[in-house]
Design a protein around this ligand. Structure first.
Ligand code: MG
Length: 182
């Protein structure tokens, strides 16, 4: 049996892949801001950045990024077997596994995350639109959905935390949800 991969290594790889594929934390935070600012007039972009970073600490999210981006990269290099190569390269509309992987990573953050993901998948807000628009050789079949999942999770997390803050349910800077989760 191989050596167990350290969580830190997985986390760093997920963050590095996003950067390598042209996605900044700020790009994702801007989507979160757009989703949540109608409900929180005092919302600052910094709070959205903080929420995106917290979501990226979750293993479910990191693993989804590793799998999805790997497939994008292999398709981009023409290294998958047919017919999967063509399906992913062309971002075939009925494929759906890109969405399935992303949806798998939004369940942890509850119904707001799930419904926000559905909205982002349709509306293609911010950088999601840029990734979804096929330009040149870049394959982002999985990445657009992963970004939508990260943004949806960060939006849901923020919505719950803002309510906790309003109700004064924060203790030493730790949020109720995190305390509940241990
Ligand atoms: Mg896609």
């Amino acid at each position: 049996m191989g050596k167990r991969v350290h969580s830190q290594e997985v986390r760093n790889a997920a963050l590095r892949l996003l950067k390598e594929r042209g996605v900044d934390i700020k790009d994702i935070a801007e989507i979160v801001y757009e989703m949540q600012s109608p409900y929180a007039p005092d919302l600052k972009l910094d709070a959205c950045i903080e929420s995106v970073l917290a979501v990226l600490e979750k293993r479910e999210m990191q693993h989804a990024i590793l799998v999805g981006v790997e497939l994008d990269k292999l398709a981009e290099a023409g290294r998958l077997s047919e017919p999967l190569q063509s399906i992913i390269e062309q971002d075939e509309g009925l494929f759906g596994i890109d969405e399935t992987i992303a949806i798998g990573a939004v369940f942890t953050y509850g119904s707001i995350a799930v419904t926000t993901y559905g909205h982002l998948d349709k509306a293609k807000t911010g950088i999601i639109k840029k990734l979804d628009t096929k330009t040149g050789k870049g394959v982002h079949t999985f990445l657009d959905d992963l970004v939508a999942a990260i943004a949806a999770n960060a939006s849901s997390r923020l919505a719950h935390h803002l309510r906790d803050e309003e109700e004064g349910r924060l203790d030493n800077g730790r949020h109720q949800e995190e305390q509940d989760a241990g």
